[in-house]
Design a protein around this ligand. Sequence first.
Ligand code: SPV
Ligand code: MG
Length: 299
Amino acid sequence: MSENKSSGERKTTRLRRMLNSPRLEFLMEAHNGISARIVEAAGFQGIWASGLALSAQFAVRDNNELSWTQIVDMLEFMSDATTIPILLDGDTGYGNFNNMRRLVKKLEQRGIAGVCIEDKIFPKTNSFLTGKKQPLCGIEEFSAKIKAGTDSRKDEDFCIVARIEALIADWGMEEALRRAEAYHEAGADAILIHSKKPDPDEVLAFAERWAGRLPLIIVPTKYYRTPTEVFKRADIGMVIWANHLLRASVAKMSAIAREIQRSETLADIESQIAPLEEIFRLQNAEELAEAEKRYFSDS
Ligand code: SPV
Ligand code: MG
């Protein structure tokens, strides 16, 4: 089990505490070791290991093209690089109840604090990709997947979040609420209600009818103009900023690559990028320098 060295509290317990806190809490997306470290350094208390961002940084699609073990391997780097909890965007659990059981076991071994699974069908498609209407998993089958997950965790604070795609898939509010009720019953620790609308109306309507029966998580990627105060008033428990470091890095990398290609010199861009010292700092080079003093007698 993974402990935070400074507080002694397990990462799982920390995430659970965030979910149950009366304050609005925030998770920021990360997709590799260095971005995870940047999230913690910025002051965030938790990390969203985004399926979209993890896929994109390997330049593959958010359609389960990445194998689940490739994801778990990257998560290990992210967890090693940080002391704050990581909630994995676990897509559909990468299969049925049995795959879910194995996923939970492996995530616990790698120090991950929780997993969010969505009620779509493997292989999934990103919720914001337009195209054919997305099918949903049956309520009973998905509830069993949640139960299999909770039954197989060794650490009772490992969090299992149920993500409802009924609004995304245009199945309506009543279906979304029916599903939330069933997933609560199955033992989920929180509900993530997702929406692709440019305003928060349906998420707020859901929150009002859900009435705090379990902590509610939202992902305001599409309704990004909504002031955070609105989420606080609606008693939302957690906001996930789901893909913003990936998008920031793509924008900046593209601009710098174009600039160097055009100008054939580094003279104009040095001041626009992170100094090398910042990279060494993020790699914790200092710790190795200290260790060398301890272990190399001639240094
Ligand atoms: C992700 O970050 O991969 C998510 C959130 O699942 S979304 O892309 O908004 O569906
Ligand atoms: Mg995802």
